[in-house]
Design a protein around this ligand. Structure first.
Ligand code: SDX
Length: 431
């Protein structure tokens, strides 16, 4: 068990409230991030802090992912994202995030075998897909099916279950998420589901289940596999974003892994979060339909009377550039050239980026392309339908969600998450 620890420090900060002085320990992270430990604030002063959207609030100590938003740095377990995307597979990165180290050759082989031998779902679950309308958004289907998986693991109810057993269930969820995603797609287009094949690796099997039919086997193109592998790696974790914080909060009540992940899938679905990749393509397609004028969308995004936002732009943490967006843009250019695709959405996206990066509104607010701005163009080139984009994001983020759920489970403290509030409702009223 690897409990994250801050640097030892005896520094304190004084919080003076009225005539009272509270000495708050200062917590220092491995990269010298600083935090005030206000654990005693309310008990000692009666005050709480107010921080809408938690922009200034650390919810936990974590050893999984480090982000430096000012310098565009993203590292999983200390390893730069650029190196992982270039040199490792998604399965290896999942192992790194969840178990804390890149797998040795034998660990990698065992882990891959576990994923390959557990990617089928119970046939009763296959029938469940038929009970959903074909118009059901794949994120709704995915969330429903993931929480339903818990019904097939009665051992989850055992509070004494050890992490060794849990690690096997974790691998099974990683294996099955592809199958659930592909089946939700097949059901939405009225095609028969395609079972996984033992001969395929992780990403290949997903593409096979998505695009093979009973009469044609999908021809695996290594460039397509590599592009999707990198997309999944780049989405694999991102510290305390909205959906990961949701997984941790739900998990803090000791809800099981499947219930916590299902909640994370729902949080990711929102257009301000993982749903942005679908919203970006819908935005680009409408611009192309209306003649491809990027300046109009820039003006609309700046117009405060409009609720329109330039989807795929801006980030709570990255204030210079999102390192993932840079890598994804390179993958995009390379894959479309390899496939001989000339996608007008890519041209419009590049025009928007060029115009926005020169525009004071975006410069002053430090708004840059984020991970979602170009990713949808790659997924579209692969043949993945727009309403499946956020499902791909969820597949990529699953190892990160699992790693954070596991890290919290293994924490010696195990406090249930329960923020406070400031009440601004009706005064005492008698009836
Ligand atoms: C993801 O947290 C993560 O790590 C998330 C993620 C991950 O890997 O998990 O990186 C994945 O969710 C990426 C973000 C995807 N979402 C979008 O692309 C949706 C469009 N982006 C915005 O809605 C926004 O930028 C957010 C939600 C991403 C961040 O919002 P913040 O940090 O709360 O910033 P804000 O809304 O307070 O905006 C600050 C200013 C405001 O203007 P003013 O009131 O100061 O005049 O910037 C403006 C905003 O209006 N602004 C935008 C804008 N984003 C911010 N204006 C136009 N278009 C935009 N996209």
């Amino acid at each position: 068990m690897n409990t994250p620890k801050s640097k030892q420090s005896i520094e304190t900060a004084k919080v003076i409230i009225g005539g009272q002085t509270l000495s708050c320990p200062i917590i220092t992270g491995i990269e010298n991030e600083k935090a005030l430990d206000i654990s005693e604030l309310r008990s000692k002063t009666g005050f709480v802090t107010y921080d809408e959207g938690y922009s200034n609030t650390a919810s936990c100590l974590s050893g999984i992912t480090y982000i430096d938003g000012e310098n565009g740095i993203l590292r999983y377990r200390g390893i730069p994202i650029e190196e992982l995307a270039q040199k490792r597979t998604f399965v290896e990165v999942a192992h790194l995030l969840i178990f804390g180290h890149l797998p040795s050759e034998s660990e990698r082989s065992d882990f891959s075998k576990l994923l390959t031998s557990n990617c089928m779902i119970h046939d009763n679950m296959v029938k469940l897909f038929d009970s959903l309308p074909s118009s059901s958004h794949p994120m709704a289907t995915l969330s429903a099916m993931v929480v339903t998986l818990s019904a097939y693991y009665p051992e989850l109810a055992n509070p004494e279950m050890d992490m060794g057993q849990m690690n096997k269930i974790i691998a099974e969820l990683l294996a099955k998420i592809r199958t659930l995603a592909a089946y939700s797609y097949k059901k939405s287009i009225g095609e028969p589901i395609i079972y996984p094949k033992r001969k395929y690796k992780y990403v290949e099997n997903f593409l096979h289940m998505m695009f093979s039919t009973p009469v044609d086997e999908y021809p695996i193109d290594q460039e397509v596999v590599d592009a999707l592998e990198k997309i999944l790696i780049l989405h694999a974790d991102h510290e305390q974003n909205c959906s990961t914080s949701t997984v941790r909060l739900v998990g803090s009540s000791q809800a099981n892994l499947f219930a916590s992940i299902s909640a994370g899938i729902c949080a990711l679905w929102g257009p301000l979060h993982g749903g942005a990749n679908q919203a970006v393509i819908e935005m680009l397609e409408s611009i192309v339909r209306e003649g491809g004028d990027a300046t109009k969308v820039i003006e609309k995004a700046k117009d405060k009377s409009s609720s329109f936002r330039l989807m795929g732009f801006g980030h709570r943490i990255y204030k210079n550039f999102d390192p993932r967006a840079n890598i994804i843009k390179e993958i995009c250019d390379k894959l479309l050239a390899k496939l001989g695709i000339n996608d007008p959405c890519l041209e419009v996206a590049k025009q928007i980026e060029e115009a926005a990066l020169k525009d004071d509104y975006f410069i002053q607010r430090k708004l840059y392309p984020n991970v979602d701005f170009y990713s949808g163009i790659i997924l579209r080139a692969i043949g993945i339908p727009t309403n499946m984009f956020t499902v791909i994001f969820a597949m990529g983020r699953l190892p990160g969600w699992i790693a954070h759920w596991k890290e919290q489970c293994e924490s010696p403290k195990k406090k249930i998450g329960r923020p406070r509030q400031i009440y601004v409702g009706a005064p005492l009223t008698h009836i």
